[in-house]
Structures are given as C-alpha cells and as structure tokens.
Design a binder for this molecule. Structure first.
Ligand SMILES: [Fe+2]
Length: 410
C-alpha cells in the first residue's frame, strides 16, 4: 500500500530539522488513515462484524485518542479536550489510562457520528502540530519518542482498518468491493525448494538506531539447529491439494484445540473462502474473486497452519529461524504478502522489561497464549515492516492476512 515517503532524519539534525521531519511524518501517516477510509460510507464505518474487529470510525478516533492521551495532555497544560466523554469511548485496553467502553460493543457507538470524529481528528492534529513547533529543547527527545510510537501505532491500525472492513464486507451477501482494482501483488519469481540455514549461534532482535517496539528487544543470542526453510510461501494450489486430501476431516492432522474448533466452527476451507459454481472463491478487498492457485494462501489460523505442516511432513519455523533466514536474504516473499505463522509462542525476550506507566501496556501484558507471526502483509503500510517485527494473534484468529511457510529438519 503506497504512502508518501518522508525523507529520513539525518544523524545530528538540528531541532528545527527535527520539527520539520516530525511534522511531515505526522502529516503523512494521518493522511494515509484518511486515504484508507475514503471509499467507505458512514454506514460502512460504524459496523462491527465481530468482537475482534473494530469499526473504521472507532479506529480513526482511537488512534487520535492515543495522541491526545499520551502526547498532548502531558505536554500542553492549556489543551482543551475536544469532548470529555471521548477517552471512555476510544481508549482500547490501557487500564492505567482510565475506564473504557466494552470492546464488543464498539459498533453500538453511532454517536459521535463520522463528521464529529473527523472534527476530533482535526482538533487533536492541530494540538500535536502546535507542540511539534513549540516543544522546548529539553523535552524534545521524550516528546518525539512518544510521537513516533503514536505514528507506528496508527500504522498498525491502518492495517486493522482493512482487515476489519474486509471481514465486515465478507458478511454482506452482496460481497462489496472495498477497491475494485485491488489485487494481491505478484510474488517475485524465485526458485522454490528449501534454503539451508547456517546452524550455530545467531543474534536476533532489533539492531541499529531505527524504530522498534519494545517486544523486539533485548537483542540476544539464539541457537539455530540444522534446519532448512522454504523459500516460498505456501500457495493456494498447495492448500487445495491439502483440502482434496481431506484436510478438514482428519483429526490426526490437528492439534486437539484445533480439531475442536474445526468442528464447532464448521471450517472446511480458509477464512473468507466460498464455494460457488463448483469453484472456490475468496472474499478480497476487490470483492469475491476465484481463488488464484499461484497466490499465497491467506486467512488461515495457527491451527490450520500447523495441520498443513503436519500433513506435508514438515514443520512451521520458529520465529528465530524465520528471522535468521530473512536477514540472510533467503526469503524473497517475506514481506508484503501475508504474515507468516511461526511455531513460537509470544513470549518476552530474555531480560525484557515493559516501560513504566500506561504505555508499558502496549505489548508486554499480551505475552501469553498467543503465537508469533513474522514478515508483513499486503495491508501493512509501506515502511512499517521490519525483519525483527513480532506480530501476534491467538491461535484461532484468521481474519488477518495470514499464511505460512514451512521448515524441514534433517
Ligand atoms: Fe490501539
């Protein structure tokens, strides 16, 4: 997804250069959010199709609340809130930031309407832009640090905006198109098969000066056993083969929780797939399309990825095997197609410590019962991906753009 490029900030930039850089970066990210909702009607923007998904209007307001709560209020004593009731409506999960509306009922918030949320965005944007120009020298480092978190946070919600509206549109019998021209990009032509990883001790975790979330640190050593990793993502053609071999009917292929879910949820194919006219179709951002055998399989959950690997006589890689392979340039389709499930539980790295205060709730408190995904997807905003990036979801989740690649052990 294209996004206006902001020139990188050079080492040793002056405060006025930094102000200009952050003003441009802030403007670009905020504009991208609005670009992504430009084709949505007011009605599209209030629907919540399931508790995990949020309305587009809520996303637009919540990312704004984040700047208001964590950046504007602490730095501008003269700030007048747009509406005192909004923090309750648009706080997501920050307990230290106060009480909040129940997540599954976000779709019931028909007021404020879309225009009021647009005005709320403008009100907070003006306050942020004022602070970017006026923040005192001795407070600038901390101010820009939190501003940067807010931008990456908004980019995460830009991806959710698309996955959540796709889920909503997939519930609509008319299967509307978000963007009639949308297509999954073609993957680079690459040799298939498996690449061997150099066994031994490797560094993993974020390195360098660029941005990362706290869950990508501390950088540390990990031992990689002899392993080969698939150069390419698993395709729809391979998934169709799995299905025609009785994928969803053979309990021996599934983890116990996965098999229970197959039966209670009635899964017979990946998420958003429909059988029509004797052919499999998939709901995409351009509406329902015939399943493309060459495209990577998408909208599968951890249980499905694990079952496929078992069926194939292979494994899912660990997140560290994935990272070592991606750093070595062995995975030409690592980014920009589908997030890839790993078999790593989402856990803190050795010595990880969440920040004090409400922003410490960003990642750390979710480090149980979820699995790590690596790479990025077609819905990830440009420039948001990183080789050390750790996405995480609960095993049954499959409304994101999620797929897999395999690993093999000698
Ligand atoms: Fe959020």
């Amino acid at each position: 997804m294209a996004q206006p490029a902001v020139q990188p900030l050079s080492q040793g930039a002056t405060l006025s250069e930094r102000r200009r850089f952050w003003r441009d970066a802030f403007g670009a990210v905020r504009a991208e959010t609005q670009r992504r909702v430009a084709t949505l009607s007011d009605e599209d923007q209030i629907v919540q199709s399931m508790p995990d998904a949020s309305p587009a209007k809520w996303h637009r307001a919540h990312v704004t609340w984040f700047f208001e709560q964590f950046l504007v209020v602490p730095n501008d004593p003269s700030y007048a809130p747009f509406d005192e009731r909004f923090p309750f409506l648009f706080n997501s999960y920050y307990v230290a930031a106060g009480p909040r509306h129940a997540r599954p009922q976000r779709g019931l918030i028909t007021r404020p309407d879309g225009a009021e949320v647009t005005a709320y965005r403008a009100h907070v944007e003006a306050a942020v832009e004022r602070l970017i120009e006026t923040i005192a020298d001795d407070r600038a480092d901390e101010f820009f640090r939190v501003l940067e978190i807010g931008l990456h946070h908004e980019q995460q919600h830009q991806e959710l905006l698309l996955t959540d509206i796709l889920h909503a549109f997939a519930q609509n019998p008319t299967l509307p198109a978000y963007d009639p021209l949308w297509r999954m990009p073609r993957r680079p032509l690459a040799q298939g098969g498996y690449a061997e990883l150099p066994a031994g001790i490797h560094k993993v975790g974020h390195a360098g000066d660029g941005y990362c979330f706290d869950n990508e640190l501390p950088r540390h050593d990990t031992l990689i056993q002899p392993v080969r990793i698939a150069r390419q993502l698993v395709s729809n053609a391979e998934w169709l083969e799995f299905m025609s071999d009785g994928a969803y009917e053979k309990p021996a292929l599934w983890l116990s929780d996965g098999w229970t879910a197959v039966q209670t949820e009635g899964w017979q194919a990946p998420g958003h797939w429909q059988r029509r006219d004797d052919q499999w179709h998939v709901m995409t951002l351009s509406g329902s399309q015939p399943v493309d055998p060459a495209a990577p399989v998408c909208h599968i959950n951890y249980y499905e990825a694990d079952a496929f690997a078992r069926w194939a006589g292979k494994h899912l890689p660990t997140e560290f095997e994935w990272e070592v392979a991606a750093r070595a340039g062995l995975l030409p389709d690592a980014f920009g197609f589908v997030w890839q499930w790993t078999r790593s539980a989402y856990l803190p790295y050795p010595g990880y410590k969440a920040a004090e205060g409400a922003l410490g709730e960003y990642n750390g408190k979710f480090m149980v019962s979820q699995m790590v995904l690596r790479g990025s997807s077609v819905a990830t905003p440009a420039g948001h991906e990183r080789v050390s990036y750790r996405n995480f979801f609960y095993p049954p989740a499959r409304w994101q753009f999620t797929g897999l690649r395999l690993a093999d052990y000698p």
